[in-house]
Design a protein around this ligand. Structure first.
Ligand SMILES: [Ca+2]
Length: 109
């Protein structure tokens, strides 16, 4: 999965927005968000790395399978989940290490 990752970095606003009542059941897996293609240098997005809001429900960032974790670093904020109508979202396999100690860890720094 790692070779298939997206590099979502260097945007002036948010890296990924999952927004609105219909934005339910999405997965964000295996990406570099806010770092360079090697996953080692700061290339942060100007807003959130990932933001889930305005009624987006039951979305998953990361996961427990090998390669499902994201590296989310260098952004203004790592992950934001906002608004009372935004429910049931999961952030899985998190780690404070620059790249998680297990291949499935999401590193959020
Ligand atoms: Ca919804």
């Amino acid at each position: 999965m790692a070779a298939d990752r997206n590099v979502i970095s260097g945007n002036s606003v948010d890296g990924i927005q999952i927004s609105g009542e219909a934005a339910d059941g999405n997965f964000v897996r295996g990406n570099y968000i806010g770092v360079d293609v090697n996953g080692t240098a700061d290339l942060g997005n100007g807003g959130q790395g990932v933001v889930i809001y305005l009624g987006a429900d039951n979305n998953t960032v990361g996961g427990t399978a090998p390669g499902a974790g994201n590296v989310i670093s260098g952004n203004n904020n790592g992950i934001a989940i906002n608004d009372a109508s935004t429910t049931g979202n999961l952030v899985r396999g998190t780690s404070s290490a620059p790249i998680g100690p297990a291949p499935w860890a999401s590193a959020i720094t």
